[in-house]
Design a protein around this ligand. Structure first.
Ligand code: OFO
Length: 173
């Protein structure tokens, strides 16, 4: 049996993961419009991943006799200043999610809720990986610079990173 406070906090996390899914979907659409196909594919896959993160909490809550609620999701932005700014926003959002996961872990520990604490360890690892991935993308973008063909090379790099992520996911499945 899970506490009301923990249920409420996990429902908030559902909302954050749902927002991330729509934010990345919106980013995929923007990339697509800008002709950045590699980036669009990357953001579509990230969006799908965030939906899975959201559903994982749904399943957990029902397993522990909690009540998962479908979130009211604020509309994500549709316009971005540049692909560089877009990835900076992704990194910022991932940091926000990490902070929120850390708060959840703290609450679970405070409540002696070991089951939720163990469940959340998956998210702790996932956030570490996501932040590292986004940082490596930002480093690459910086290296490529803003020269005349930079968008072409950024898109190519992100396409390669996306293919590697997909291959890693398939190997895990
Ligand atoms: Fe859900 O892991 Fe990123 O946000």
């Amino acid at each position: 049996m899970i506490s009301e406070a923990m249920t409420g906090a996990l429902n908030k996390q559902i909302s954050l993961e749902g927002y991330a899914s729509f934010l990345y979907l919106s980013m995929a659409s923007w990339c697509d419009r800008e002709g950045l196909d590699g980036c669009a594919q990357f953001m579509h896959r990230q969006s799908e991943e965030e939906r899975e993160h959201m559903l994982k909490i749904f399943e957990y809550l029902s397993e522990v006799d909690g009540h998962a609620l479908t979130p009211a999701i604020p509309q994500a932005p549709h316009e971005f200043d540049s692909i560089q700014e877009l990835f900076k926003e992704v990194y910022k959002h991932e940091q926000k999610v990490t902070a929120s996961i850390n708060e959840l872990v703290a609450l679970a520990n405070q409540e002696n809720d070991h089951s939720t604490s163990v469940f959340l360890q998956w998210y702790v690892n996932e956030q570490r990986e996501e932040e590292a991935l986004m940082r490596s993308i930002l480093d690459k973008i910086k290296l490529i610079g803003t020269g005349p063909q930079s968008l072409y090379f950024i898109d190519l790099e992100i396409e390669k990173i996306n293919a590697a992520e997909l291959a890693a996911e398939e190997a895990e499945a």
